[in-house]
Design a protein around this ligand. Structure first.
Ligand code: C2E
Ligand code: CA
Ligand code: CA
Ligand code: CA
Length: 273
């Protein structure tokens, strides 16, 4: 019995080592991905709910590995944060996004996701200023999205950085609002220009009176704070209809447009159809 147990422990050990090796080689691959030009951006349209008018595009990072194919952001961003690679990657995303947006024929906004690690980096505000100058993008066309979890790592630091960034004219959006760590204090303290309602609400608003009541409360909160609310993950016409009735400002989701390699305004406008 003792031998069997020892064998089992060894087996687990070997598996753990393999997992650790796997993580190390994944981390190495993430570090190399920038130099090897394996990253590209996708753009997902954001529209006004009442008119269907395009307001902007969110930038979503894509990693195509020669052997593994497309690796989903959720599989490599946490690791890139852990090993620090998110700093050069995040800078690359910001620069590529601003450069792309500066070339659009309409002055849509471009929304870029920021990780907690970038937010904690002292150089972020200067980096944003330098990239705006370099690409010639008007500051008011850039929107930075961040989750509450990222902001609260070091609230005082986040507040300082975000105030500097806002002073340049750049907008700040709170991402995935309404799930996980959500406190009204964050809304009270931070100078958000937009609330992005987490997409988990969309799954439920058609069937759950509780979710709909919470949606209403968040929309009322947005109105009284004068902060527009964008609903994420809109997949059906009936979800969009509910948002319209409830007075939600903007929406994003597969029903309005899937993420794609170019920011296109040729997508049909369902709210008007
Ligand atoms: P997120 O910021 O909440 O981005 C929205 C995610 O929802 C995207 O997944 C998008 O493709 C997906 N989505 C959009 N519309 C719908 C819909 O109607 N239904 C459903 N089910 N999903 C929809 P994606 O591209 O896989 O990105 C996942 C997460 O990875 C993002 O969540 C964000 O947290 C992170 N991420 C993506 N790009 C970047 C980046 O450049 N930097 C950082 N730090 N994080 C990024
Ligand atoms: Ca986002
Ligand atoms: Ca804006
Ligand atoms: Ca989100």
């Amino acid at each position: 019995a003792k031998a069997a147990l020892r064998e089992r422990i060894c087996f687990y050990q070997a598996e753990m080592d393999e997992a650790a090796r796997g993580r190390r080689s994944l981390a190495a691959a993430v570090w190399e991905a920038l130099d090897r030009k394996q990253f590209h951006l996708n753009f997902q349209v954001q529209k006004k709910v009442s008119t269907g008018e395009i307001t902007g595009f969110e930038v979503l990072l894509r990693w195509r590995h020669p052997e593994w194919g497309l690796v989903p952001p959720m599989d490599f961003i946490p690791l890139a944060e852990e090993c620090g690679a998110i700093l050069p990657i995040g800078e690359w995303v910001l620069r590529a996004a601003c450069r792309a947006a500066a070339g659009w024929s309409h002055p849509y906004t471009v929304a870029v996701n920021l990780s907690a690690v970038q937010l904690g980096d002292d150089g972020l505000a200067d980096q944003v200023a330098a990239i705006l100058a370099e690409t010639g993008l008007a500051p008011h066309r850039l929107e930075l999205e961040m989750t509450e979890t990222a902001i609260v790592v070091d609230k005082a630091h986040s507040l300082r950085i975000l105030r500097r960034i806002k002073a340049m004219g750049v907008s700040i959006a709170i991402d995935d609002f309404g799930v996980g760590y959500s406190s009204l204090e964050t809304l009270r303290t931070f100078p958000f220009d937009k609330i992005k309602l987490d997409r988990s609400f969309m799954n439920e608003i058609e069937h759950s009176p509780e979710s709909k009541a919470i949606l209403r409360a968040i929309l009322a909160l947005g109105r009284s704070l004068n902060i527009p609310v964008l609903a994420e993950g809109v997949e059906t016409r009936s979800q969009l209809d509910i948002l319209d009735v409830e007075g939600c400002t903007e929406a994003q989701g597969y029903f309005l447009g899937r993420p794609g390699p170019v920011a296109t305004d040729t997508v049909e406008t369902p709210a008007n159809a």
